[in-house]
Design a protein around this ligand. Structure first.
Ligand SMILES: Nc1ncnc2c1ncn2[C@@H]1O[C@H](COP(=O)(O)OP(=O)(O)OP(=O)(O)O)[C@@H](O)[C@H]1O
Ligand SMILES: [Mg+2]
Length: 463
């Protein structure tokens, strides 16, 4: 070899080494900003190995359990369309040159593949191969593999270069895995924060319901005792008034006695409502058809409604039999109708409907008092009147709560309804939107279900 020839070979070698260093330097800088594992693999295959005079490169990724490798990025015949792999091969650990490197975690150079029985030819059969592992903390997470059509194409220099590329790639893979773990931790934290907020909100709602229930119970006990004692006084007053009315003939005295008797009558009604609220009414339950009760109440109520209020009845065909005090049920319904009428001073629409409902623990949102899961016969009274402001919704069942002017309402209607419904083993639900209307629903336990309904849902109630 002539001297200038030797000189130019040395110069070329230095130039090649400088190009390798430049490529590795650029990789070291670029790698910082590569955002994902997929981008990293493609960057390494095409921009690193591709620029380092390797004619082909395929990167394999190991599965999580370290059992097999799959081709994920490539340079050369395997990726004719930019970032896609043609027929990505899956190779078991231990199988072929790549599988052997994955299993041992050590790089391999094969000088002549024709002598290598272990060789797995892919798209274009080659003569020599170099393969290095990709490691994170000593665990094989993939391999970088390159083949060449000539024998003995790879030596120590190529091994050094690929090992350096693999080390930088492995370090970046570790960083990306850590970033993914902290993202996941952040997502978990955000999810548990949402769950915690929801739990706190529902706990607060439950506490508010419990507080309201306890308050009603306490007022109920007080009202019950008061109503009972006062009832005894009223009985004495009414009895004496009746006795005097039968005896006196003076017309002015008769008028005064009539006033006194009617006041005592109103007092007696108040006391009845208070006793109902405190669940101390003596009920006379009997088997009944709610549709019949509703029809009867509506027939009597209709003529009392102004003409600008329309009333529709929507009664379900097959509803179960209930066991209730019919008079008190009618009274409860009349209370709801009268409230609805008063909520529609400028007219509107009133709908009364009956239906059978299956209640379970999850759907007690609108219930005023808790209800056992089971089958219920329900009547709902729905108006499109004034509605109830959210702030007052929790008060409307309190005894003596009224939004009506003094002398117009005692505020006992709904408390009577709730007390009676609870005493009958049922409950009440309310849905209301200001200026849009309200729907009150009474739940009665179904004692005998209509045909086709599972009877094991029926409740046994001690009246
Ligand atoms: N359908 C309804 N639409 C709008 N508000 C209603 C309705 N029903 C009840 N309310 C509100 O609930 C309050 C309490 O009702 P409740 O029947 O207990 O007492 P009241 O009607 O005021 O008096 P009472 O029934 O003793 O004559 C009412 O004053 C009203 O503010
Ligand atoms: Mg009322």
């Amino acid at each position: 070899m002539s001297e200038p020839e030797i000189m130019s070979r040395q110069t070329q070698k230095r130039l090649d080494e400088a190009a390798v260093l430049r490529t590795l330097n650029a990789f070291a800088v670029d790698v910082i900003t590569i955002p994902s594992v997929e981008d990293l693999f493609w960057y390494v295959a095409q921009n690193v190995v591709g620029r380092l005079n390797f004619v082909d490169c395929v990167i394999y990724r190991a599965d999580d359990v370290g059992a097999s490798l799959t081709q994920v990025a490539a340079l050369g015949a395997k990726n004719p369309y930019d970032r896609s792999i043609l027929n990505p091969l899956r190779i078991d650990f231990g199988q072929g040159v790549t599988g052997q490197v994955a299993q041992s975690g050590k790089p391999v150079i094969v000088g002549d593949l024709l002598k290598q029985q272990n060789y797995i030819p892919d798209m274009s059969p080659a003569r020599s191969e170099i393969c290095v592992p990709l490691l994170i903390k000593g665990r094989v997470v993939g391999v970088i593999d390159s083949e060449h059509p000539d024998p003995d194409a790879f030596g120590q220099a190529e091994l050094d270069i690929l090992t350096t590329v693999a080390a930088m790639t492995g370090a970046k893979l570790e960083l990306l895995a850590e970033a993914e773990r902290s993202h996941q931790r952040y997502r978990d934290l955000a999810a548990s924060h949402v769950q915690l907020s929801q739990e706190t909100a529902s706990r607060k709602a439950l506490e508010a319901k419990l507080f309201a229930a306890r308050k009603l119970e306490a007022i109920g006990r007080l009202t019950g005792r008061f109503a009972h004692d006062f009832n005894n006084l009223l009985t004495v007053i009414s009895g004496n008034l009746d006795f005097l009315a039968a005896d006196t003939r003076r017309p002015d005295a008769q008028a005064s006695l009539k006033d006194a008797q009617s006041a005592a009558g109103r007092g007696a009604q108040l006391i009845r409502d208070m006793l109902a609220f405190s669940q101390r009414t003596r009920l006379s339950p009997e088997l009944a058809d709610l549709n019949e009760i509703v029809t009867n109440v509506c027939t009597h109520a209709k003529p009392l409604f102004p003409a600008d209020i329309t009333l529709t009845q929507d009664l379900a065909d097959h509803i179960g039999v209930i066991n209730v005090d019919i008079k008190e049920t009618e009274n409860a319904l009349r209370n709801l109708l009268s409230n609805a009428r008063e909520a529609m001073p400028n007219g509107g629409h009133l709908r009364i409907a009956t239906e059978m409902l299956r209640h379970n623990f999850t759907d007690n949102q609108d219930l005023v008092a808790p209800l056992m899961p089971g089958l219920y016969v329900c009547v709902s009274v729905q108006d499109d009147g004034a509605g109830i402001p959210d702030a007052s919704l929790h008060q409307i069942f309190d005894p003596f709560y009224t939004s009506k002017p003094v002398g117009r309402g005692a505020g006992l209607g709904l408390s009577m309804v709730l007390g009676f419904m609870q005493q009958s083993g049922g409950s009440v639900s309310v849905l209301s939107k200001l200026h849009q209307g309200s729907r009150f629903r009474l739940y009665f336990p179904a004692i005998i279900a209509p045909d086709g309904i599972e009877t094991n849902d029926l409740l046994t109630i001690d009246q």
